[in-house]
Design a protein around this ligand. Sequence first.
Ligand SMILES: [Zn+2]
Length: 314
Amino acid sequence: MIGAVDIGGTKIAVGMIDEAGKVRARLQYPTDADRGYGHALANIRGMLETTAHSAGVEVSGIGIGSTGPVDPLTGEFGNVNFFPKWKGENPVRDLAGLFRVNVAMENDADAAALGEAAWGAGKNKKRLIYVTVGTGIGTGFIVDGNLYRGVEHSHPEMGHHVVDPSGPQCDCGCHGCWESLAAGPGMTAWVRKQAPEDYPYRPDLSAKRICELAAEGDELARRAVEREAYYLGLGLANLITMFTPDAIVLGGSLMKSAHLFLDGIREIIRQSCRLVPFDKTELTLASLGEDANLIGAARVWHHRFSRRGGQRAC
Ligand SMILES: [Zn+2]
């Protein structure tokens, strides 16, 4: 039984995940980054002990998926936006010391990609790109069951490839990154800019709300959905042209409304990918649901240490 730890900007989830990728017990707690790394580590330890007890199991290994950047080989946090004071802290080393088991950590999108590749919609795909669309766009690239790493084990940031240099400025410093145009905040910002002052839905706008309004027939929300499908499609078409994967698995909160976007996305891909067999790339929705990151975190352990989890990635 693998103890899984999903470290996000607002919450840390912990669970016990069995060999089939099923969640046997889970708990979560606010990240409370300002209370320091030691506080978070103590919470993680407590939640691992409690979930193992309630599932009636011993922890045989621990896998971590974390918002990045993280160093997958040393186990150290880099300069993470959400918890800048944790830089250099090392949950891999610390949890290995506390529980006396092997521990591995990956970026959370890479972790979810590993989970979908092993136990979800990406099963049996040789070349798989996982894309999560929510408050940002995260990606993970799996080739023959192994995580693709860049130079010095870096995590490629496909969400920050530029699709429109005249687009809005992104947190990364560039203009018109895919994420700045197609993630939830980009969608909300566009509607705010377009909407008249008396637009009745202005006070509680969110990507989720815009999707609901589009489904109810609101004209501005409908245009926002069209725009969203266009930019999602453009970025996905770029990935297909560059990597010609067997499948792209789409996850994240915005993909709960995927039915609003998929036709538009497919049309843009058809128009854009003229030199590659785009119709052979399967576009599919993630299947591990709300716990995709947690289940993926368990898969991080299998990927690194289990012979059946694929080859060692490092
Ligand atoms: Zn960017």
